[in-house]
Design a protein around this ligand. Structure first.
Ligand code: SF4
Length: 478
């Protein structure tokens, strides 16, 4: 079999950024382990139809079992953009299989094109599919074939450490990912990460991580990375692995990651580890500074308050760009409490950036694994949220309604209106960027005090040029 992996991770909210997808690297590694060959075409929506056809023709000439594997995170919107190319390919290569991974829902309007949808973390299922093994335990839908792994096994799946190749055309403007361990051991009530509540059994070893960071730098000049773990500090051990990997390097990798502030609060040793690692940026899903609201969503571990921990972090790792995520609308919270915390963060400069999100309650008529829904999504009434009606659809997917809800102090519209108010009031005093967005700007060399829109536009121009350069080089190599 010969695979062409079409990967696109740069649309949706971030068309202006330039990140490499970890899913495509891991897929290629698995394909090659099974004795087949594969090439990755990144940012497939930036290719013209003719350019994509040229690459497909180059790779599949004389191939009896060609496979196009499409990787798009979270949804299938980008697949529609290359429908004419996929229809042409189906016509030209009668044995062609087209498979899709990365999404949490399937799209039945793509029935004619996609042979298999792999939902969620799919590597175990992909191994079974490529070996022609029995798939019945994974089948959730037959037309199209939709596979879901409800019994995800952390012992079988491995943390992802990409294998880099010259054909990936990497450069110093790239941000590469790595994963220390699969899953998250917590189970916050609002979280729909399917691998939460996991027993983390396999962690990457620091030696391999160091080798990876060393190779990426020596060979391709890369200095910027993201840890894809949903909670890099869920245990001290994960942070220790990062610190240990960095200790033997002759440069300092700039790493961005998700972490929990309340865990640092509960485990002060982690401050020491943060001091050693000196992250480039960190995202703290704080959710609320109100202890009662935090407890209800299971985000309160320490005894002292989050403000104190933020001050400690600031003093121990002053150059880390810190981002705090706050959910607006949680039960037991209040407008007064949220306003007070935002004001304090801004006045005391406790974070570099704030991300404010109204609470989102969603369901799906097609997702067949309850793990893709948070506890609140599944049982809103049990958590004292009243569902009023359907508010909108996720990425216009008619199968994934987002609900209009009411909590004990506000509702969907009130939460959105408070978010807008706070953003308007504070946008000149504090950034409103995510940690990955900041890392993207930083890596492209555009981060400064320019207004947000200025950053976006400059970043978009540079990243589009980088993507087009990549495409030209890929085509030149055929
Ligand atoms: S919100 Fe973060 S810490 Fe909580 S379950 Fe989800 S991934 Fe884990």
């Amino acid at each position: 079999m010969r695979f062409l992996i079409l990967s696109e991770n740069s649309n949706g909210g971030w068309p202006h950024l330039y990140f490499r997808s970890m899913g495509a690297f891991e897929l290629r590694r698995r394909i090659e382990n099974h004795g087949h060959s594969a090439d990755i075409l990144d940012w497939f929506t930036y290719w013209t139809d003719d350019e994509l056809k040229k690459m497909i023709a180059y790779h599949f000439a004389n191939e009896i079992n060609p496979v196009i594997a499409i990787s798009t995170p979270f949804n299938t919107t980008d697949v529609h953009k290359i429908k004419p190319v996929l229809l042409w390919a189906k016509d030209t290569y009668p044995n062609l299989k087209i498979i899709h991974g990365g999404s949490r829902t399937f799209d039945d309007s793509l029935n004619d094109l996609i042979d298999v949808f792999f939902l969620g973390r799919s590597m175990q299922m992909f191994d079974a599919w490529i070996q022609n093994n029995d798939l019945s335990q994974y089948i959730r839908h037959t037309n199209p074939l939709v596979l879901v792994n409800n019994n995800f096994d952390e012992k079988i799946d491995n943390p992802v450490l990409p294998i880099l190749k010259d054909s990936d055309l990497l450069s110093s403007k790239d941000i590469l990912g790595f994963e220390i361990g699969v899953g998250c051991k917590f189970n916050c009530t609002f979280c729909n990460y399917e691998l939460r509540n996991a027993k983390i059994t396999k962690l990457v070893d620091p030696y391999s991580l160091r080798e990876y960071l060393n190779l990426a730098h020596k060979k391709y000049g890369i200095t910027n990375y993201f840890a894809s773990d949903d909670t890099l500090n869920e245990t001290d051990e994960k942070l220790e692995i990062v610190a240990e990997a960095l200790s033997g390097l002759d440069y300092h990798p700039q790493i961005t990651a998700y972490a929990r502030l309340d865990i640092i609060n509960a485990r002060p040793y982690q401050l020491e580890l943060l001091g050693k690692i000196q992250f480039k940026s960190l995202f703290f899903g704080i959710e609320s500074f109100n202890n009662e609201a935090s407890k209800l969503v299971r985000k309160k571990s320490g005894l002292s308050d989050n403000y104190t921990t933020l001050k400690q972090i600031k003093s121990i790792t002053p150059n880390t760009y810190t981002v705090g995520g706050i959910i607006i609308g949680l039960n037991k919270d209040s407008e007064q409490s949220i306003r007070h915390s935002v004001k304090r963060i801004v006045e005391e400069k406790l974070l570099h950036s704030l991300q404010l999100y109204p609470l989102l309650i969603s369901k799906s008529n097609t997702i067949t694994s309850a793990d893709y829904l948070s506890d609140i999504d599944q049982y809103p009434e049990k958590h004292n949220y009243k569902i009023i009606n359907v508010n909108s659809f996720h990425h216009n997917n008619k199968y994934v309604p987002i609900y209009h809800w009411q909590s004990d102090w506000t509702d969907t519209r009130g939460a959105e209106s408070l978010r807008l108010c706070l953003e308007n009031e504070y946008r000149d005093s504090i950034d409103m960027l995510g940690h990955l967005e900041y890392a993207g700007y930083y890596t492209l060399g555009v981060y400064n005090d320019a207004p947000y829109e200025g950053l976006k536009n400059r970043s978009f121009t540079i990243s589009t040029q980088l993507k087009r350069n990549y495409i030209k080089k890929k085509l030149d190599a055929t």
